[in-house]
Design a protein around this ligand. Structure first.
Ligand code: G3I
Length: 359
């Protein structure tokens, strides 16, 4: 695999330790392992770090890039009206800056989870809101957020639209052109920021993945042919074994995307263990093997520049919400991340250390 020259050095954090709390400095940082192969390793976190110094320290120690999970989303910034509350987002960006780490902002334009007040607007008002939102948020963090997920999840086969486009306020306003509009506006709002087009489901070997992969490839080609500005494609990497996995085919898909002269990032890596049988130790071993196999596969693609996990510990896994919705009486306790509920490294952590540093 070709070494990615210069990337890690440019982005490796200047602060090795973590001011936020006492991180276990006897275990090697994940970002260090990744940097050995020229990869940036990041972690998306959120407001939980403000009340959990140990978790804050874990993020500060192991991530070279800090991202947010929810705080910069449209509905978390503007739940009731266009007036935004940036309190949490400001604190997260400040946390990253305090630790000398670049920030990955998620996400400016997403057709999912629109607050009711946005849905109720007329087309012209939505169009004005679209532009004002991008300008205001990117203007506020201009030069402080290194990379933006500008458009998230343009596709949703469940919506049964031509081209598998996801329905929502932005699609209803502009049609598929909302994607190019968002990217162009983002480039103008902060020319210093790297811009990502982000998609889910491409890992799945079912009809969903079979629909989304060609749709995303077609979209990237269209955007490139029209000289629409963006720097990377984000593949979320929520590894869900129950939907089937074919890592060789996934690498071939990544290579097809890379041929369009885009960088690639894994932007939301975690492993769903809800359908993995056995006790905790057996599930941990299986989850570790999924991390190892997935990372080994994607690292075969020279265009890959970064891997970001969607959280770091089981304690704050989003799969708690999924499990609660599936079975409120006896929710499955997720073991999806490199660190356990107590912030201790699991088999998945050791698998990541071994694979990220193998090149
Ligand atoms: O909007 C409702 C609000 O009306 C209600 O009062 C509140 C009560 O809990 O819930 C609000 O919905 C929450 C929603 O975030 C708002 O955006 C849901 O409960 C909450 O479960 C939801 O979770 C986040 C989800 O994105 C939607 O934003 C998850 O924490 C977050 O992990 C998840 O992350 C997504 C990425 O952004 C995109 N890729 C997939 C990934 C996992 O779904």
């Amino acid at each position: 695999m070709a070494m990615r020259l210069g990337v890690a050095a440019a982005l490796a954090p200047t602060i090795a330790g973590a001011r936020a709390g006492a991180a276990d400095d006897t275990i090697p940082p994940l970002f260090d392992a990744a940097a050995k192969c020229g990869l940036r390793f990041g972690a998306a976190i959120d407001r939980e770090i403000f009340d959990d110094p140990q978790y804050a320290a874990l993020a500060a120690r192991h991530a070279a890039v800090i991202g947010n999970i929810n705080a910069l989303k449209f509905d978390w910034l503007r739940p009731n009206s266009f007036t935004a509350d940036y309190t949490t987002a400001d604190k997260l960006v400040a946390f990253a800056e305090q630790h000398g780490k670049p920030f990955l902002g998620h996400t400016l334009i997403w057709n999912d989870w629109p607050p009711p007040w946005l849905t109720a607007l007329g087309r012209k008002e939505k169009a004005a809101t679209f532009a004002a939102h991008i300008d205001e948020v990117m203007g506020r963090y201009r030069g402080r957020i290194a990379t933006w997920v500008v458009v998230n999840e343009p596709f949703s086969p469940w919506d049964r639209q031509p081209g598998h486009y996801r329905l929502g306020p932005w699609f209803s306003t502009f049609g598929p052109d909302y994607i190019a509009r968002a990217l162009r506006r983002a480039r103008a709002a902060d020319p210093s920021a790297r811009l990502i087009l982000n998609e889910a489901f491409c890992e799945r070997r079912d009809d969903i993945g079979a629909a989304v992969r060609p749709a995303l490839l077609r979209l990237v080609k269209t955007l490139r042919d029209a000289d629409v500005p963006f720097d990377a494609v984000g593949l979320q990497g929520h590894v869900q074994p129950q939907h089937g996995l074919d890592h060789d085919a996934y690498v071939r898909f990544m290579d097809q995307l890379a041929a369009e002269k885009v960088e690639l990032e894994i932007t939301e890596l975690d492993v769903d263990d809800s359908r993995i049988p056995g006790n905790a130790a057996q599930r941990d071993a299986a989850v570790a093997e999924h991390y190892r196999a997935f990372v080994a596969a994607v690292m075969r693609v020279p265009a890959l520049t970064a891997i970001t996990t969607w959280g770091l510990s089981d304690k704050y896994s989003w799969y708690h919400e999924v499990a609660q919705k599936e079975n409120p009486l006896a929710p499955h306790q997720p073991r999806t991340h490199p660190f356990d509920n107590a912030g201790q490294p699991k088999a998945a952590f050791h698998a990541l250390i071994e694979r990220l540093s193998s090149c």
